[in-house]
Structures are given as C-alpha cells and as structure tokens.
Write a protein that binds this ligand. Structure first.
Ligand code: DHB
Ligand code: MG
Length: 230
C-alpha cells in the first residue's frame, strides 16, 4: 500500500538523519557502543535511548547543573553512562532496575565506561526502591529520568516528587508510542500509564511541563519534560 511505503520510507530517512547527527555532533566511544550492544542481552532489547537522545539527557543535566541524578529503569545502563558522565565524579547517579541480570550487565558497562564509582544500580521494583530512598531521607535529586515500565509512571512521578526540590527537572521517556497516546480509550496499560502521568503532571501546581514528539532511530516516540517550580 502506498501509505505503508511512505511510512517505511520516512522511517528509513529518520534513521539516516539520526545517523548523520550522531556522526556529526554526538559520537559514541567504545563504552557506549558496548553498552548499547549489550542491551540485546537484557530483558528489553533495543529499548535504550538513541545516542543523540543520550546526549540530550546529558545536556539537560549540564544546563541545570545536576549533581544528583535518579533514573527509573537501568536496563543495560546505556542512558546511565550518559547521565553519569554528565554529572562527573563529584556527582551521584542512582539507577533503579527490576531485573538482577540487567543490573549485572549495566554494572559491567558502567565499569568499562569508568563511571561505576559514582553510580548505584539498585535492584528491585523501582517504586519500592524509590520509596526506600524517601524513607532514608536522601538529599534531593536535581534530575530524574523515568524510563521503566510504563504502567507505573504515575507512581514513579509521585516518588520523584518526594525526592526532588524546586528547580529539579524530570524527563519521561516514551510518551508518544507511535501516536497511541491520544487514544483515551486504550486498553494498553502502557498507554494508560503515560496518559495518567501526563494528567497528574497537568493537575499538579508545582510542575511546569511540555511534551515533544521525536522521530529517528527509535521510530516515532517522545519525551515529557517537567520542571518543578514550587
Ligand atoms: C519500550 C520501553 C522503552 O523505555 C523504550 O524506550 C522503548 C520501548 C517498551 O516498553 O516497549
Ligand atoms: Mg524508554
């Protein structure tokens, strides 16, 4: 069908443009390539962010002067490497991962990237791990990246609000899902999780937010970008 050919063609062009941007502006060293490739051995192959998206996360951390970063969903640690490099050895990254096997792969990648010393990968259901951090009374995080199971997004936001301060930034991955996000009757728990968290953000007077659609090597998806203003 004509329409399908057009979509196929555009996806190829999106990928080519991403490749061009990555070659031109971003680059990946051996550690990042290794982390990306080892993601294939994780429980969610190819779910990691694209290289230019990893750089976006790092740029945002730099822009807000982030020292403490919290990540929901480590997988093989690809975005974790970007975040850890962004905060540097004086910073701290806490990354929450359900699967022990993914966490082991990630720790190996963090070692190879030379950032393992200032990253904690915490194994277990991410919401439980996050609420434990709240109980421990940890210092607030400056930057949060929510990129784990989508049905739990509202719970991850709630915990993030207990773990941040005015000025902190929260980024949520995968808020478009090939456009599925506009289906208010969706039975897909992941879509419902995205819509629920966007509703919560919209209703929360402490938060300013937008969401952006992206196309590229990861297909058609997007980020919500949230700033805590009170
Ligand atoms: C899925 C999850 C992700 O975090 C992602 O970046 C891509 C896909 C998924 O659940 O399919
Ligand atoms: Mg994601």
């Amino acid at each position: 069908m004509r329409g399908e050919i057009a979509v196929y063609e555009s996806e190829r062009v999106w990928r080519d443009v991403d490749d061009y941007f990555v070659e031109t502006l971003v680059g990946e060293d051996e550690a990042l390539v290794g982390a990306r490739e080892s993601g294939r051995g994780s429980s969610m192959p190819q779910a990691e962010v694209a290289p230019n998206q990893g750089r976006l996360l790092a740029l945002l951390c730099g822009m807000v002067g982030a020292r403490r970063v919290l990540e929901f969903g480590t997988l093989a640690g690809y975005s974790t490497v970007w975040l850890a490099r962004a905060v540097g050895a004086e910073g701290r990254v806490t990354s929450l991962e359900l699967e022990a096997r993914n966490a082991d792969i990630a720790r190996g990648n963090l070692e190879k990237a030379g950032v393992a010393e200032w990253v904690d990968v915490v194994v277990g259901p991410a919401a439980e791990s996050a609420w434990r951090l709240v109980e421990e009374g940890v210092e607030p995080y400056d930057f949060v990246f929510i990129d784990a199971d989508k049905p739990s997004n509202p719970e991850y936001l709630k915990a993030s609000l207990a773990l941040t301060r005015v000025g902190s930034v929260i980024v949520i991955d995968n808020v478009v899902r090939n456009g599925a996000v506009v289906d208010d009757g969706s039975s897909d728990e992941r879509v419902r999780g995205v819509r629920a968290v966007l509703d919560d953000i919209a209703r929360d007077g402490r938060l300013e937010a937008t969401a952006l659609q992206t196309v590229g090597a990861k297909g058609w998806d997007g980020f919500a970008i949230v700033r805590r203003v009170r």
